[in-house]
Design a binder for this molecule. Sequence first.
Ligand code: MSP
Length: 634
Amino acid sequence: MAKTREESKNKTKKEKNNERKTFYITTPIYYTNASPHLGGAYTTVAADVLARWNKLLGKEVFFLTGTDEHGQKIAEAAEQNKMTPQEFVDKISAEYKELFRLLNISNDNFIRTTDPFHEKEVKELLNTLYNKKLIYKGFYESYYCVGCEQYLTASDLVDGKCPLHNREPELKKEEAYLFKLSSFQDKLYKLIKSGEYCILPEIRRKEVLKFIKSGLQDVSISRLKEKISWGIELPFDKKHTVWVWPDAFWNYVSGLRQKGKDVFEKFFPPDVQLMAKDILRVHATIWPALLLGAGYKLPKVLFIHGYFTINGKKMSKSLGNVIDPFYLVKKYGTDSVRYYLMRNLPFGSDGDVSEKTLIDRHNNELADKLGNLVSRVSALAEKYGIEECDNSLITKLKLETIEKNMKNYELDKALNEIFAFIDICNEYVQSKKPWETHDKKVLFELVDSIKIISMLLWPFIPETSGKIAKHFGFVFDYREIKKPYKLQKIRKAEPLFKKIEEIKETKISEKENKENKEIEGVKNMGTIKYDEFAKLELKVGTIKKVEDIEGADKLLKLSVDLGNEKRTIIAGIKPYYTKDELKEKQIVVVANLEPRKMKGVTSEGMLLAAVSEDKSKVVLLSPEKKIEAGAKVE
Ligand code: MSP
C-alpha cells in the first residue's frame, strides 16, 4: 500500500534521526617549499583534536589535510635544491606525511595538488566558471610578493616592502584571465555579516567585513606559462597556468571527492576549516566566491587560530626562526608535544613557544599530575582492591563546561578544566589516605574518575589515553562516560611519563643550533683586541654571485669583487635577503682575516651587518653612495 505523505514525512524524519551526524574538518594544505615547521603541526594537531572529539561524541568524521605543491615559490625552492619541482615536492610532501604519522594524526585523506585527480577537478572547476562567464581574459597589474604567493595592495607595503617577507614585491602587468570576484562582494558581505558563512573569532569577522567593504576587485587566476610553468594548465588556454590559490582551494573539494562521490555527498561542505590569519582574507573572499560561482554550498565555520611566536616574532620559514617539529617529537614524545601545543596558548591568540615551557608542562602537568595519579591509584588498587559505589567526585567534574569549551574551539580551556579535575582527584588521594584506610570505595571512585579523565583526554593525548584504557580494561564510549567502571582486577601501571631534566635556555633545533654555531663562527672569525684595531682592513666589496650551500639553511656563498681581487665569503644571511637583493650590492668586508673552512667551502673574509638584539633583523652595512669596489673603509 502506498504511504501517505504524512507517513513518508515521518519516516524521513525518523531516518534522519537515526543517521549519524557527520563532521568534516580541514586544515590548510601546506606549501612544499621547505621542510615542515611547527606552525603546520599546530593547525593539524588542533584539527586532529577536534576530529577525535567529534568521533568520541559519536559523529562520523572526515578529516582532510595535505600539501600545496604548485607555483613560483616552490619552483624556485626546487631549483635552489637542484631538483626538479616534482622530485622536490615528492620529498617535502613525504616529510609532512611522516610528521603527521609521528604526531598520531587521524586524517582520512592526505591531498596533494600534484595528484592527477586533483588537477582534473581543478580543470573542471575552471571550465565551469569560464562557461558561466565568471572568468574572462584581460590584464592584471599589481604588486606581487613571491613569499606570500599573493597580490598586495599599496597599503600592505611597509617602506615599499612586504612586511612579512622583507622583500620588494614585483609590479606585474600581464595578459591574464581574471575571476569576477567583484560581482560577489555584496553577497559575501551579507553571508559573513549574517553568520551564515561564520568566521570566528569575532575580531576576525570584523576585519574581514571591513576588508570586503573597502571593495573587492577582480582577481587574476592565471599566469603566463612561459613565466610560471609549474602549475596546472588552463583548460581553455594552454598558454597559461592556474594561479596557486584557486588550485589550492579546490583541495577541500577534490580531497573529499577522491574518496568517492558518496563520500563527497555525505560530508560536503566543511563543518569547520582551521587556519591562521595569514590566509584568512583569501579564504573569506576567493574561496567562497569560487564555490558560489560553481554552485556549491559554503563551509559552515572558518576558525582562525593564533600564531606561534618566538620571542614575540611570528615563526615562519621566510624569517628562518622555525622550530623543527621532528626534533621535538623525537626528543619529548608525541603526546607531550601535542599536549604542549594545545595547552600553552589560548586557541585563537598569538603566543610564544619555547622548549623550556614544554619541559615545564611535561614535568609538572603530565608527569606529576596525570602520571602520578594513575600510578598511585593503580598501585593502591592492586594492593587493596576496589568496591563499586557512587562516585562522589563526578559532581566536581565540569563536564558541561568542557563540552562547551570544545564546541567553542576553546581547546586550552577544556584542558584547564580536565586538569582541574585531575587536581581534585590528587587532593582526594591525599585527604582520604587510602594507603592507611585501605578504603576500597575511595579507590573505586578514583579508578572511575581516571576512566573519565582518560576519555576526555583521548582527543589530545590519544596514545597515553589508550594506554590507560588498556591497563584498566575499559573502552572509549562517550555515551557511557558517567556509567560506573566495570569491576575487574587492577595491576600497578608503568609510569606514563618520565621526567625531563630542566634546561636553562630555549634551543631551537639541533640542526639550527649547529648552523647557528657556524654562523657565530663567521661572526667570531675576526675577533681582535683593541690595540690591534689599526690592523683591521675594511674594504668595500661588490657582490657578484650568490649561491646556496648544500645542507645549510642560513648560509650563502658570495663571490665578492674587492677591486683587484675576487673573494669567496660565507655569510649567515640567507633568512634575511633574497639572492636578487644581494646581487650587485655593495657591502663592507673585513679583508684581512685568516681563511676558514665551513661546510666544505673556504670563506676568505667577513662582511659587516647590523643585528637587532633578538637577532630577528640582520641588515648589511653598505656605503651610502656607489663607490669603486676595493675602496677602503676608514
Ligand atoms: N598553501 C597555503 C594554504 C592553502 S589552503 C587552501 C599556505 N601554506 S603554509 O604552509 O604557509 O601554511 C599556512 C598555515 O600554516 C597557517 O594558516 C597556519 O595554519 C599554519 N601556520 C604557519 N605558521 C604558523 C605559526 N607560526 N603559528 C601558527 N600557525 C602557523 O598558506
